[in-house]
Design a protein around this ligand. Structure first.
Ligand code: G1P
Length: 295
């Protein structure tokens, strides 16, 4: 069985849901407490034992690459000012993992973005993480998936149950229970089904562990939902060809690409912060007590 060593993170999207905040900075660089959203994603990858990240980028996304790079000028200034703790923190960020970038030259969809990684991935299984989906869990979500992969040796999509009136916002999986804990054998997958067209509440979230055969499937995938090349459509053909599992991960997922989801992530992460947690809790209590009116 081949080891999972690489993770693809598509970051080419425009971030229109957060305009005007994302007019001049990538949405992946929006801050959650003290680090950009993309850093949480990369930290999950690192904590899961992955060795290399492949960013699928577009014009205007260089801030993401710079974030994970060494900044000589900044380091020199911080050294002169004896700001050693900050230097260490920055060194930790730039030393997290090797990052490779591939440009997606046209916005043809998520499936096309993943297809761009084919030469860098080669013939091995790999992870895909979508930057909008933040997952907080005791065991990193990707690690949970790798642990399952080591038992099933097939592709896996992470899922969570969603209310039926929200299924049209997700890729939806239909399948049958297996003997593996929280694991379903995939039968059918539909990208954003019209209300009433699927009875399943199992929604794909932005974590995939894929066999390299996905690239062949992606190469043959024609535009689907929204006129885009959909990853979900290629997943269906991979499932038909060699099988696929859906895994109900343990943890809490935030849709950080949505304003409310983003705020919830900030609050929950800040509440667990060693120095911010307590004063924030006090502040939230006073807000709930109605002491938040502007004078
Ligand atoms: C993408 C996928 C969809 C998945 C979702 C999870 O959609 O295409 O299958 O359910 O991510 O966040 P998007 O939200 O990018 O439109």
């Amino acid at each position: 069985m081949k080891k999972v060593r690489k993770a693809v993170i598509p970051v080419a999207g425009l971030g229109t849901r957060f305009l005007p905040a994302t007019k001049a900075i990538p949405k992946e660089m929006l801050t959650i407490v003290d680090r950009p959203t993309i850093q949480y994603i990369v930290e999950e990858v690192v904590a899961s034992g992955i060795e290399e990240v492949i960013l699928i980028t577009s014009a205007g996304k260089s801030a993401i690459e710079n974030h994970f790079d060494y900044n000589y000028e900044l380091d020199t200034i911080l050294r002169q000012k004896n700001k050693h703790e900050l230097r260490e923190e920055l060194a930790r960020t730039s030393g997290l993992i090797d990052v490779v970038s591939v440009r997606q030259k046209e916005p043809l969809g998520l499936g096309h973005a993943i297809w761009m990684a084919r030469k860098v991935i080669g013939d091995e299984p790999f992870l895909v993480l979508l930057g909008d989906d933040l997952v907080r869990s005791r065991i990193p979500c990707c690690r949970q998936m790798i642990d399952l992969y080591e038992k099933v040796n097939e592709s896996i999509v992470a899922i969570q149950r969603v209310p039926m009136d929200q299924t049209h916002q997700y890729g939806i999986v239909e399948g049958e229970k297996t003997d593996f804990e929280r694991t379903v054998k995939v039968k059918r997958m539909v990208e954003k089904p019209a209300p009433g067209t699927s009875n399943s509440d199992m929604a794909i979230i932005g974590r995939y562990l894929l066999m390299p055969e996905i690239f062949e499937a992606l190469g043959k995938t024609t535009p689907g939902h929204g006129g885009e090349i959909q990853l979900t459509d290629a997943l269906q053909s991979l499932a038909d060809q060699r099988g696929m599992y859906a895994y109900e991960f343990k943890g809490k997922r935030y849709d950080a690409g949505d304003k409310l989801g983003y705020l919830k992530a900030i609050i929950d992460i800040a509440l667990d912060h060693p120095t911010l947690g307590e004063p924030l809790r006090d502040h939230l209590k006073s807000v709930c007590d109605g002491k938040n009116c502007l004078q």
